[in-house]
Every structure is written in C-alpha cells, then in structure tokens.
Design a binder for this molecule. Sequence first.
Ligand code: FES
Length: 163
Amino acid sequence: MRFSDQFEQRFSEMLNHYPTKRSVLVPTLLYAQDEVGHLSDEVIAEIAGRLELTDLDVRNVISYYSMLRTKPAGKYNVQVCTNIACMLRGGYDILGHCKEKLGIGHKEVTPDGLFSLEEVECIGACCWAPAMQVNYDFHDNLTTVKVDEIIETYRKGQGKDVK
Ligand code: FES
C-alpha cells in the first residue's frame, strides 16, 4: 500500500532514531492512523511487514492503546476525559451531555459520520478540567453550554478537521 511522501519521510527518519525497528511501531501506527483514518487490515499488514513483526504483534499493541483504532471514527472524534481531575469537576456530566447531544455512546459514530465519541483517560489538561479533545484540538474549562458551542462550531465546519 502507498502512504504519503510525508509519512515515508517521517518513517525513514524514525528508523534512524531508535535502536530497533520494533521501537517505531507506536508512532508509525499513529501517523498511519492520522493519514488513513483508522488502522485497517491492510495498514496493519503493511506496517508489520516493514517492521518485521507479525500482524498479531501489531494487533496486540493496538489493543493496548485506546488512542489507536481499527474502525473508522467520525470526521470529528470527540474525546471526553473522565479521569480524576475531570471527574471531580464534572467530567461525567460533560460526557453524558455529549452522549445526549450527539445521540451516540462510547466508541460510536453518528449516522452522518460527522462525530464519534470516546471516554478517555487523562489528556494532560488537568489544570483546566474538565477537558475534552476534538481530533487534536483541546477544549477545557468545559460547561455544557461551552460543549454545545464547540460541537456547533465543528458541525458548521469551522473546527480543525485533522485527525
Ligand atoms: S484528568 Fe482530565 S485532563 Fe487530566
């Protein structure tokens, strides 16, 4: 399969920075996921071949990391943190509100493919809890009103669309 030139450049550089081929697996999976949208069977086989691993080796790593996915996400992947700082400051209310507003649950995608939703562990924005991330865009100090505004911004196509 063919990735972009940018992917190939990053992949080649990483191979020089790590002691073994296997060490570049996680960043390679992340770059591939960003490019393809999810880690399909074809992507897994390609990366396994390049790194001299079995498909099962790669799938075992994918299953460990919640940010890696084998099924397509929505165009905008909403990840709501419910870890301790966010939980204490209303993270579950934010998650519940997102579920209600989008009409989907954890790891589900809206019928139009625009949004997907995930409950995630700490995203490193504890000081500004509760927080969520849409693709690679952080949103913090959330309230349900703020969540509504954020989701509408994406619905109108005015948010970042990089996965
Ligand atoms: S606990 Fe939610 S960002 Fe850290």
